[in-house]
Each structure stands twice: as structure tokens, then as C-alpha cells.
Write a protein of this length. Structure first.
Length: 191
């Protein structure tokens, strides 16, 4: 039997993507969500993790940027960023080169970079008069939203869209595509 591939999901907020990914891999032969980590003690993702019977923990900025943080990830093969807002430290990127996957709520390279997340992205898309938006699933490197793009899916931006209505369209794409893009990438790149 093949070795189990363990995922750690990093999330800063409510955790709907984390929950969706966990459900997707619930009975997977090879891939499992081993833990959920957050930089916020009060993030609702912890409640979702508890409901899913997946261990979760919180860490501070200082802990995250200290190279000993890697010890917390001893059994982890891939890091999945599902609404995680901090830049990943260099030591983690080097240790997990091509094994950190992020989702961004716009069609990169547009509307990416530091401070571009959540409703800020949707608002910027609308204000720019874009006719389409979407999701980008990409590998993580040393710069915000600059890693290799694995997958994009788009949706129409209507003239009457608000940041909230556009967010709904984007969430639908995230839930539909993120888990199976993770699976496909891992299964085609596993050692």
C-alpha cells in the first residue's frame, strides 16, 4: 500500500474552504487532512475542525516566523492555504518547495499581491470595470501570488454585481475546483 499523504490546511477565517477540502478527502485512499492551523485563536475554522474531528491549533506571528515551526509539521507532506493571509516564511517555502498550494479569489496576475484578499479583491475587480473574474490555484513562492499557476476558472462580472454577489460566484468556483485540483496535483507529483 502507498504511504498516506498528509495535508495541513492553513486558514485565517471562517474555514469554508478548509471544511470543503476536509470533506472531499474524508474517505480518500491516499490523501488525508491531518490538521488545520490558524493564526487567529477565534477563527471559526477551529469550530469546523472540531466538528470534523480534525486537530487544530493556533500560532503567533513570532512562532510562525521561527524556523522551529517546521517541527509542528513533522508528518505533513503538503501545505494548503485556504484563506490564509500571511506571507509564508522562506524556510517553509524551501522545505516545502512546490508543495504549498494557495487559492486566490481573482484571475492572477491581476488583483494579486499584499493586501489583496477577500472583499478587497472583489471590490477592486468591480471598480476596474472587469467583465470577468474567477479563481487562481497556484503554488506558493517567496512573493505574494507569484507562484506557478496550476488552474484558473472564471465567472462573468455583471454590471449590477457587488463585492458580496461576486464573492458568492467566486466561492462556488472555489468549492467546485479547489479539492480536486489539490488531488490531481498531488497524485501527479507524488514521489
Amino acid at each position: 500500500m502507498s504511504k498516506q499523504i498528509n495535508l495541513a490546511i492553513f486558514a485565517s477565517g471562517s474555514g469554508t474552504n478548509a471544511e470543503n477540502i476536509a470533506h472531499y478527502f474524508e474517505n480518500h485512499d491516499l490523501i488525508q487532512v491531518k490538521e488545520i492551523l490558524s493564526n487567529k485563536q477565534d477563527a471559526f475554522v477551529h469550530q469546523r475542525a472540531e466538528n470534523l474531528d480534525i486537530p487544530s491549533s493556533t500560532f503567533s506571528k513570532a512562532q510562525f516566523q521561527d524556523s522551529s515551526f517546521i517541527k509542528r509539521l513533522e508528518d505533513i507532506d503538503y501545505l494548503i492555504l485556504a484563506g490564509f493571509l500571511w506571507l509564508i516564511p522562506k524556510f517553509l517555502i524551501q522545505s516545502y518547495r512546490n508543495r504549498i498550494i494557495n487559492i486566490h479569489p481573482a484571475l492572477l496576475p491581476k488583483f494579486g499581491g499584499k493586501g489583496m484578499y477577500g472583499d478587497r479583491v472583489h471590490q477592486a475587480v468591480i471598480e476596474a470595470g472587469e467583465k470577468k473574474s474567477g479563481i487562481t490555484i497556484h503554488l506558493v513562492n517567496e512573493e505574494y501570488d507569484k507562484g506557478e499557476i496550476l488552474f484558473q476558472s472564471e465567472c462573468k462580472v455583471s454590471s449590477d454585481d457587488t463585492a458580496d454577489t461576486l464573492a458568492e460566484k467566486i466561492h462556488a468556483l472555489e468549492y467546485e475546483h479547489f479539492p480536486h485540483v489539490i488531488e490531481e496535483y498531488i497524485l501527479t507529483h507524488k514521489k
